[in-house]
Design a protein around this ligand. Structure first.
Ligand SMILES: [Zn+2]
Length: 258
């Protein structure tokens, strides 16, 4: 299904008219409505997803103010489409988000099995349209749905040995650099339908092959290097020995002649 341009569908996207209680917005002249800017998210986000993403994914304005991007639109720290952002804070909010899901899982584990499974379905790692400067989730265990749909990974994305136990969505995700899913385990369905999918596979394979080649070369070179090192040591020891011997002999000769 083709994606709609949000602006075309909803000219007020990114704006939240602030009106007093009991006063209908349509009764207020347009120029009197106080507009509160909200995260633009992405040019291609579908209108029916906007509010849900703002509620569940965006960094809240009281945690970090919206940032005006060079395209003139305002974004939260998660959706700001550039590496030129407060990466330290981004990492902090990202970790907090991961931890809050983990805590939620820990809480529901006490429930009876059926209730626990039901509650698990309501929890998810929701990172739709997030613009990651880099991500390292090596060995991470995703025990509930992980949604990275339409996310952008601008730098290396490490998911090595990660475990995805529930439904995983990487649909339309963009991997602008290497994506490493080596030894990752997907025990439920995973959606990787994206234009960049072949690149992920190629990158992962290339990475794996290069690693393998390097290891092989290292092992091949090791005995040669050890032999060379041993020979050099032997030469050095022998040289030292002969030099000492010559020195001792000379000393004796000199002593005899004196
Ligand atoms: Zn946002």
């Amino acid at each position: 299904m083709p994606r709609k341009k949000s602006e075309a569908g909803n000219p007020l996207k990114g704006r939240n008219p602030r009106v007093s209680k009991g006063v209908k917005a349509e009764n207020i002249p347009a120029d009197k409505i106080e507009e509160q800017p909200q995260c633009h998210i992405h040019d291609k986000v579908e209108d029916d997803q906007v509010e849900n993403i703002r509620e569940n994914v965006c960094v809240k304005e009281f945690d970090y103010p919206l940032i005006k991007h060079t395209d003139g639109k305002q974004y939260c720290l998660f959706h700001l489409p550039t590496k030129e952002k407060d990466i330290e804070k981004f990492e902090k909010f990202f970790k907090t988000r991961l931890n809050s899901v983990k805590e939620g899982i820990a809480k529901i584990k006490e429930l009876p099995k059926e209730e626990c499974e039901e509650a698990k379905r309501l929890l998810s790692y929701d990172f739709r349209y997030v613009w990651f400067p880099s991500v390292n989730l090596m060995l991470y265990e995703f025990q509930v749905t992980a949604n990275f749909g339409s996310a952008t990974f601008s730098s290396i994305a490490f998911f090595m040995s990660a475990t995805f136990s529930a439904y995983t969505d990487f649909s339309l995700a963009r991997f602008l650099s290497l994506a490493n899913f080596r030894a990752a385990t997907f025990s439920s369905d995973a959606d990787f339908t994206a234009q960049h999918f072949p690149l992920i596979v190629i990158s992962a394979r290339q990475h794996f092959r290069l690693a393998l080649i390097l290891v092989r070369q290292h092992f091949r070179l090791m005995p040669i290097l050890i032999r060379q090192h041993f020979c050099l040591m032997l030469i050095s020891v022998l040289q030292d020995f002969f030099l000492s011997l010559i020195s001792v002999l000379q000393h004796f000769r000199l002593t005899l002649f004196l």
